[in-house]
Design a protein around this ligand. Structure first.
Ligand SMILES: Nc1ncnc2c1ncn2[C@@H]1O[C@H](COP(=O)(O)OP(=O)(O)OP(=O)(O)O)[C@@H](O)[C@H]1O
Length: 279
């Protein structure tokens, strides 16, 4: 599988401050890759460099085979971008806005279909100005995908969405990924990462502190499990690296254990541990 994004030693310094301290990343074509990290970790800076919106101080970057610092309009048309800050609310309607943006691209998607996909058909004739925050965010997403991007950047795309809108959005992203779109997602929602991402990297203090799949990040699948059950003497709990063995012993080969649960660290536990904020 070929590489959509390749980054080596990427560094960004602001006066008196290192925002990105030399990171490496490889994002394969067709995968959904999530970038996680606390506020100020360097996610937006990294993404903006890859989008060609910000200059790097040093290091190498190749996005769809080109250097984002020098690539031109044809390259830009292959990208879809949903920035963290919402598009300025204009006097135009939703349909007018999406149709207008579609004209910037050589092979745009059908604007009406895109509006439908982001769940805004009922609001197609409404002025963007009159929409709620979550609905405007959906317009942003529509504008990000109308150009049929090969690589889609989503910077905190579901902030302000209600739970139903988030689910719809996940379905939409899943569909795009299945159709072969590479997606780079930054988010603070760990359930979003578990639902969507093939792989993720955790950024903290400008560096990558862990990289892996949501299920195996930082040895999560090998971490000790907590086994809980109760009997006439009360509730019991035990930490073990071998929960299957423990449960087999406890159940004496088939006796039912009341209230049995086996839990491993959640992605959130692992994440908080990695960024050094575990309570
Ligand atoms: N234009 C700028 N000038 C100076 N410092 C900046 C500039 N832009 C960002 N920074 C600093 O660089 C660091 C990384 O910021 P960045 O926006 O990349 O973080 P982030 O991981 O996206 O955070 P968030 O989760 O809050 O969006 C922060 O300390 C920020 O204050």
């Amino acid at each position: 599988m070929s590489t959509a994004v390749r980054v080596r030693g990427l560094r960004k310094e602001y006066p008196g401050h290192v925002a990105v301290a030399g990171i490496d990343l490889d994002i394969r074509q067709g995968e959904v890759f999530a970038l996680l990290g606390p506020n100020g970790a360097g996610k937006t800076t990294t993404v903006e460099i890859l989008e060609g919106h910000r200059r790097r101080t040093s290091g190498e970057a190749a996005v769809l085979g080109e250097d984002p610092g020098t690539a031109g309009r044809a390259w830009r048309a292959r990208l879809g971008v949903v920035l963290q800050t919402a598009t300025d609310a204009a006097e135009l309607t939703v349909a007018e806005t999406v149709r207008h943006f579609a004209k910037y691209y050589p092979h745009p998607r059908n604007p009406e279909e895109v509006i439908d996909q982001v769940g805004l058909t009922a609001k197609a004739g409404a002025r963007v100005k009159s929409l709620s925050g979550g609905q405007r965010r959906r317009v942003d997403v529509a504008l990000g995908i109308v150009g049929r991007p090969e690589l889609l950047f989503l910077d905190e795309p579901t902030t302000g969405f209600d739970p139903e809108a988030r689910r719809q959005f996940w379905t939409l992203i899943d569909g795009l990924a299945h159709a072969g779109t590479t997606i780079l997602l930054t988010t603070h929602y760990l359930d979003e990462v578990e639902a969507l991402a093939d792989r993720l990297a955790v950024l903290a203090r400008g560096g990558v502190v862990a990289e892996g799949t949501p299920a195996t990040l930082a040895g999560r699948e090998r971490a000790e499990a907590l086994v809980q059950w109760h009997d006439e003497r009360g509730t019991h709990q035990e930490h073990t690296a071998f929960p299957t063995k423990l449960v087999t012993q406890l159940s004496g080969g088939g006796r039912e254990l009341a209230g049995l649960t086996v839990t491993r660290p959640s992605l959130e536990d692992v994440y908080l541990d990695l960024i050094g904020e575990k309570p």
